[in-house]
Design a protein around this ligand. Structure first.
Ligand code: SAM
Length: 212
């Protein structure tokens, strides 16, 4: 919609200014209509660089965080990514727009239903199910990338087990109030980890996450 074009352009410029450089990520961020993933009351703020409520005490992540995590995952067209925490479906749409094969798990049934409807309406084909994402989705392993969009106290072992050789797990780890984003790459029997400070996500609740 024309009304949002200018706001979207400003959002993309801000992402570039903040260091996002992968053209495929920027292209996808400029195509997916974020205003269709937020509640009506927040449409006027859809392209602000902030998280917004989506109901059920959950949020759609900040555009910078989505772009950063997608870039950090470093996945190519046709490869498989598992996303934990479908939420609004926006992150899944960005990955699908990049031609990535998306598998996404959400623990909240209502959120998943709403996300499915949005993704269908926009023509994004994504495999989505309700469940505890801390256990992964072993049926379709291994994944080239696993993106966890909620903060965990520790790294869930099933997610490491479901990672492909050379693949990356991107996951916020820490306390309830603040986490470090961990970028974990599988290299043979080893996992190489880079940590980045200063992220804040809603809690990852599940068997290998926080208790409810
Ligand atoms: N990626 C989402 C988007 O683009 O809108 C934002 C996700 S929101 C920050 C985190 C989501 O993780 C919430 O919807 C929450 O219900 C979900 N969640 C928390 N623990 C989970 C678990 N164990 N398995 C699956 N989803 C979980």
């Amino acid at each position: 919609m024309k009304r949002f074009d200018e706001e979207r352009r400003e959002m993309i410029q801000l992402l570039i200014d903040r260091g996002i450089s992968d053209k495929r990520v920027l292209d996808a961020m400029s195509k997916v209509p974020r205003h269709m993933f937020v509640q009506d009351a927040f449409v006027s703020r859809a392209y602000d660089d902030c998280a917004l409520p989506i109901g059920y005490s959950q949020t759609i992540s900040q555009p910078y965080t989505v772009a950063f995590m997608t870039e950090a995952c470093n996945v190519k067209e046709g490869e498989k990514v598992l996303e934990i925490g479908t939420g609004s479906g926006f992150q899944a749409a960005i990955l699908a727009e990049m031609g990535i094969r998306v598998f996404t798990i959400e623990r909240n049934y209502q959120l998943l239903n709403e996300a499915r409807k949005r993704l269908d309406k926009l023509g994004y084909r994504v495999a989505a199910r309700v469940g505890d994402g801390t256990l992964g989705w072993s049926e379709f392993k291994p994944y080239r990338g696993i993106l966890v969009t909620a903060g965990a106290p520790t790294i869930p072992q099933p997610l490491l087990d479901q990672l492909d050789e050379g693949g990356r797990l991107v996951i916020p780890i820490g306390g309830i109030d603040e986490q470090k984003l961990h970028i974990i790459e599988k290299q043979g029997e080893e996992f190489l980890t880079r940590e980045i400070h200063g992220f804040k996500f809603v809690p990852l609740i599940g068997k290998r996450g926080w208790s409810n």
